[in-house]
Structure formats: C-alpha cells, structure tokens
Unconditional design. Sequence first.
Length: 122
Amino acid sequence: MAKTYDPNNVFARILRGEIPCKKVMETEHALAFHDINPQAPTHILVIPKGAYVDMDDFSARATEAEIAGLFRAVGEVARGAGAAEPGYRILSNCGEDANQEVPHLHIHVFAGRRLGPMITKG
Ligand code: AMP
C-alpha cells in the first residue's frame, strides 16, 4: 500500500519556499541544497520536486522523466562539487530500519574526505 505523504514535512516546506535553504541547483524535477548538519566537507541533499515519501514510493510511482531528472541532478551536483574525482558517496535512507528522519525522498551526496566503511555493523 502506498505510504501517506505528509505535506508539512520540512523538505515540502523548503520546496514551497516557506523555509530557506542553501540552494545548490534547481531543475524542472529536482532541488539540491546543503544539509543543515553536514557529515562531510560536502554534504548536499538532492530531492525530487514531486511528493514522494521515500525511494520505495518514488520507484513505484514517479514518471520516467522524474526519475531521470532526479538522478541526472545527483550526477550534476557531484560533478559541480568537484567530486567526480576523487569520488563521492550517495545514500538514501528509506523507512524505519534506515532511520529516515524526513519523509520526503532525499539523496545524500557526501564528498571531500575519505568516507570510511559503507555501513556500520549491526
Ligand atoms: P535522513 O535521516 O536520511 O532522513 O536525513 C535527513 C537529513 O536532513 C539530515 O541529514 C538533516 O541534517 C537534514 N535536514 C533536516 N532539516 C534540514 C533543513 N531545514 N535544511 C537542510 N537539511 C536539513
């Protein structure tokens, strides 16, 4: 069953311009901005403009154009940050086990230092 989207989540409010963000880039389908609590020298969030709770929701319901638009934006953001070399990591938390805090799909882009192991041991 589809998850219910909360239109008052913080990223929906950023998309509506109700609260500010440090914008990196914007396209028809995506918005990228700096994470408020960066975990690496570069920590940018890339979000779809459409109302999608998480990757599960997005991959099931988004149009091809929205999916392409989001992932093109992720690549562009990373290149724009000078991270294509030496490298970067993308991450998207989906749901409770992943500790997703904001219920609007977002892709984290981390770069600017050695990023360590992929995941902590359980
Ligand atoms: P997640 O745990 O994957 O849901 O990550 C949510 C991320 O959103 C965290 O890294 C927060 O620091 C970030 N965040 C929360 N509120 C804001 C905001 N107003 N502007 C930018 N980043 C935010």
